[in-house]
Design a binder for this molecule. Structure first.
Ligand code: MRU
Length: 350
């Protein structure tokens, strides 16, 4: 691995190795995962996070679970695999890549003819393909994003939210992948990273990735984004996505909707960068997207410090939905689409 290539999920011999994203940027710690229960826990506790990365992790989780099934009867094997799929589906509700990857793995298990060992092998191969494809997909998103952004005068000052970088995918990133491509093309002046309360993925992960590669990065608190736009510091906003409905409504990290509204008010283009695996063609619009609510301590606890008095109530939705009319374009591996043009891609989804 060169210093600027970050791969948060890799398969080594007989197990998965994850970068522990809860420990960055203080320590670069690797965690080896050998059992599906440990993978489910890693997704739930956000050792691995970011929609595409969750999908890849779940695909390997399906294999790890399948590997431990003790039967030679294909029908029993498929039945027990469904329980493993259920375990993984129960980890996080919003990122549709999780459900997409689990469904793709189940399809492989069902459609591979022959013995249980043959099906297990096919599952490992399928997980590796999902892993490799995701990196290629992100690079294609980067290329299409760069082309789209060349329409604006550069060097560009780009605002991003949360972490939709290499860490949130199998490598390279979606919105941060576009930033990377713009940077490598010599057209980036600055990336402004929102800190992204309450879990600080922007402060901890996006800035870490930028520093690894020498990408100029300025960290701001979430509440500074509107001011930065008003002061003319931002040319374009690019964010990732956890689930995009068929009409283009987009669920992403909490705070994204507010950014889109402010960008609209200042006539600043607002792009979403995401692979096809993040589009949920079954959902007509964003009102049907399940929004994960996480534990209250994420809101009131900062390390060992409690931020408020006893007796306060809490609300901690992890994502919000940006309505399609606020989105300038959705950058996919197939090109840049208007939100209402996404439906034309439904036949391409694997
Ligand atoms: O809660 P997280 O950290 O999993 O949320 C991540 C995001 O919201 C990302 O922006 C999104 O998954 C896109 S990742 C390429």
């Amino acid at each position: 691995m060169s210093v600027n290539e970050v791969y948060p999920i890799i398969w080594i011999d007989d197990h998965v190795r994850l970068i522990d994203q809860n420990r960055l940027p203080e320590t670069y710690t690797l965690v080896d995962i050998r059992y599906v229960h440990d993978m489910a826990e890693a997704i739930r506790t956000m050792i691995v996070r970011g929609a595409p990365a969750i999908g890849v992790a779940a695909a390997y989780g399906m294999y790890l679970g399948a590997r431990d099934i003790q039967t030679t009867d294909p029908a029993t094997f498929l039945q027990q695999l469904e329980a493993i799929a259920q375990l993984l589906r129960g980890t996080r509700p919003t990122a549709v890549n999780l459900f997409w990857a689990v469904a793709r793995m189940l399809k492989t298990a069902h459609e591979t003819p022959g013995s249980v060992p043959t099906r297990k092998l096919a599952l490992l191969e399928a997980a590796k393909v999902i892993n490799t494809e995701d990196i290629q997909t992100c690079k294609a998103i980067g290329d299409h994003g760069l082309n789209a952004l060349l329409n604006y005068s550069s060097p560009l000052r780009i605002l991003t939210h949360c972490n939709a970088g290499a860490l949130a995918t199998a490598g390279y990133g979606t919105s941060l992948g576009v930033v990377r491509s713009v940077w490598r093309a010599g057209r980036l002046a600055m990336v402004y990273a929102d800190e992204t309360r309450p879990r600080f993925q922007g402060a901890k992960l996006t800035t870490w990735e930028c520093i690894q590669e020498g990408i100029p990065v300025t960290l701001i608190t979430d509440s500074m984004a509107a001011h930065c736009m008003q002061r003319g510091l931002i040319d374009v906003v690019i964010v990732g996505a956890d689930r995009i409905a068929a009409n283009g409504d987009t669920a992403n990290k909490i705070g994204t909707y507010g950014l889109a509204l402010v960008a609209k008010a200042h006539d600043i283009p607002f792009y979403v960068a995401a692979p096809l695996s993040t589009i949920d063609f079954n959902l007509v619009d964003g009102s049907q997207i399940p929004i994960e609510e996480r534990q209250a301590s994420e809101v009131y606890q900062l390390g060992s410090i409690t931020l408020c008095p006893q007796g306060v109530k809490f609300y901690n939705p992890a994502f919000d939905v940006t309505p399609a009319p606020l989105i300038t374009g959705i950058i996919t591996e197939y090109g840049v689409y208007q939100p209402d043009g996404l439906k034309s891609l439904s036949g391409q989804q694997k």
